[in-house]
Design a binder for this molecule. Sequence first.
Ligand SMILES: Cc1cc2nc3c(=O)[nH]c(=O)nc-3n(C[C@H](O)[C@H](O)[C@H](O)COP(=O)(O)OP(=O)(O)OC[C@H]3O[C@@H](n4cnc5c(N)ncnc54)[C@H](O)[C@@H]3O)c2cc1C
Length: 317
Amino acid sequence: MSQDIFVVVEHLREQVADISHVMLAGARQLSGSTGGKVMAVLLGQNTQGLANSLAADGVLYVDHPSLAEFTSDAYQLALAGLIQERSPRAVIFGHSSIGMDIASGLSAKLGFPVVSSCRNFTADGKFVSQICGGKIMAEGELPAPTALVTMVPGGYKAEEGNQPPAVETIAAPALDNLRISIKQYIEPDTSDVDISKEAVLVSVGRGIQNKDNIELATELAEALGCAVSASRPVVDQGWMPTTRLVGKSGKRVKPKIYLALGISGAPEHVEGMSDSQVIIAVNTDSNAPIYNIAKYGTTVDMFDLLPVLTDKVKQAK
Ligand SMILES: Cc1cc2nc3c(=O)[nH]c(=O)nc-3n(C[C@H](O)[C@H](O)[C@H](O)COP(=O)(O)OP(=O)(O)OC[C@H]3O[C@@H](n4cnc5c(N)ncnc54)[C@H](O)[C@@H]3O)c2cc1C
């Protein structure tokens, strides 16, 4: 068994996903306690160039036409042999629809347990998982010999490496008779405002209570000259369009200011906004996980705050 930490790189349409850089930062810390190397595992076709931005000691690159787009089938086949052959101490995946899909399948295939929703590692190599929508932090020893770990954002900054790591090309196994293939990408609706390009976002969560109350957030956003975005329950209820959804199943945003109104800070939401420069939380529950990532926050009731804040912004103008 080696003490290396593998990180399975998530990428889409020639872009490395931020969660990959977060995982590499987590792997770097974990490797401090195992004494092994941080090895990025990059699967794709003609995607070797993506290795350059990875903060890893080395990259294991598997190139194959069937890996050109992510499918759980092909990824699992390509990874199973590599993991069995190299026996890393841990393999880290994003706690994303992609990572959860591969990790659970590999767990069943290889018989290695999955540690889910890991947010960070401790200095002595324990995992810290953020469970129950982020309300409970669970700490434990990483199962041996090889632990499969899915990682949520929020524990580490997504930072690129300073210099391109060495790349080792690995021969792909036979990837025949795959059950899944990608036929077409469906582009998102672009007729509405693109929240991923806004410098300031006023974002509403379930705490807003009903569709009519969204007007309070809209008034503030108009005064600030920015857009309103939302968490999933708000969109699921039909109070705001899907183009405004922030998170795992919506858009990733990186505004200068993200004002989270009545948003608890569940991992699926945080995944889409944790790279905002300044996060300000307004949440009556002082234990809400949003406060783990907010720079500023207040537990006042947003319905008391919003009219006053909007007036102040208008006056200041
Ligand atoms: C596969 C999958 C994908 C998902 N994708 C996404 C995604 O892309 N985006 C997303 O957002 N979620 C997503 N979710 C859902 C996610 O798990 C959470 O359920 C969701 O983010 C919770 O939204 P919320 O914070 O608005 O609501 P809640 O968790 O219900 O939080 C509401 C908050 O409002 C606060 N509050 C209530 N009243 C007030 C008040 N008057 N003033 C101030 N604060 C108040 C409460 O204290 C509470 O913390 C996904 C879930 C799954 C399983």
